[in-house]
Design a protein around this ligand. Structure first.
Ligand SMILES: NC(=O)c1ccc[n+]([C@@H]2O[C@H](COP(=O)([O-])OP(=O)(O)OC[C@H]3O[C@@H](n4cnc5c(N)ncnc54)[C@H](OP(=O)(O)O)[C@@H]3O)[C@@H](O)[C@H]2O)c1
Length: 269
């Protein structure tokens, strides 16, 4: 081939690479809600490291400094605005993602709130509504809205992040209070089990996940109030997210609707 033809060919390839969409056709796509900080941000980092494309949502994308830096650095993160408690915001996200396949949906958004405000003598009824909307309704609205995207995805997997304090079998006897948090995560658990039923005909598998106790802003603030057992069970964020990614990798339709600890063990309801 003549030299000038070779140069033209190289230029064509370079221009093609530079202008192609950030999504490589053969990569899987994960959508993570509440991705601007805490566990959500690390979900994004880990999936990017694995070569996935990530759709990362935040209530305030402009303020999501670390997420934006990651997106700029890697070119694999698409940031979308989302308030999971606002049906209009959820509908806008679904419109924005019309026709975009989503392989894995991680409903990560959640709030622990203030422990002092969730015990007898301090209960504020309006707070209950906020907890239920953020921790339970949000995952339901988002999953419902993104069902077409999940059906179009190859992997067809959904997760919601629960908390082991919502287990009737495990923690309530040793960790008092947290009425709103526990009740809203119990509601989330049932919502996810229901989504597992609704998703089954489409081959969509659902996991309820427990990340363990991880030191983020959403981790229990006052460690003095934690039971010694909970304090001992604290783990680092990498162990938590790597473990939950393994759970998602291994999730099958037969294992759908179950509650998995980050290490893959089953949590009793
Ligand atoms: N850390 C733990 O030990 C632990 C243990 C058990 C379960 N979990 C669960 O794991 C998940 C992540 O926990 P985390 O510790 O990373 O929490 P975090 O640091 O408090 O982060 C919570 C995330 O949720 C977002 N969020 C809150 N309300 C929202 C709304 N209405 N719409 C959209 N986004 C909203 C926050 O966005 P803003 O920045 O805009 O507020 C933030 O991105 C939660 O579901 C939590 O309950 C955590």
């Amino acid at each position: 081939m003549q030299l000038y033809k070779k140069i033209v060919l190289v230029l064509v390839v370079l221009v093609g690479v530079a202008t192609s969409p950030i999504y490589a056709a053969d990569s899987s796509t994960v959508l993570v809600t509440g991705a601007n900080r805490g566990l959500g941000l690390v979900w994004v980092e880990k999936y990017v490291e694995r070569g996935w494309n990530v759709i990362a949502t935040a209530r305030k994308p402009a303020a999501a400094v670390e997420l934006k830096a990651l997106a700029e650095r890697t070119g694999r993160v698409r940031i979308e605005r989302l308030d999971v408690t606002d049906a209009k915001s959820v509908a806008a996200l679904a419109r924005e993602l019309d026709g975009v396949p989503v392989d894995v949906l991680i409903n990560n958004v959640g709030m622990l709130g203030d422990e002092a405000g969730q015990k007898f003598g301090a209960l504020d009824p309006q707070q209950f509504d906020t907890f239920m909307r953020v921790n339970a309704l949000g995952a339901l609205l988002v999953t419902e809205a993104l069902m077409p995207n999940l059906r179009a995805g190859k992997q067809k997997k959904v997760a919601g992040i629960s908390a082991v304090v919502a287990s009737f079998d495990v923690y309530p006897r040793i960790h008092h209070g947290l009425y709103y948090y526990k009740a809203s995560k119990v509601a989330l658990n049932m919502i996810l089990r229901n989504i597992a039923l609704d998703g089954e005909p489409d081959g969509i598998a659902v996991a309820v996940l427990s990340p363990g106790v991880v030191n983020t802003s959403g981790a229990p603030e006052n460690r003095d109030r934690m039971s010694p057992e909970m304090r001992r069970s604290m783990i680092d964020i990498d162990t938590s997210i790597n473990g939950m990614i393994d759970v998602m990798d291994n999730l099958t339709i037969e294992g759908s609707g179950k509650w998995y600890r980050y290490d893959g063990s089953i949590i009793p309801w």
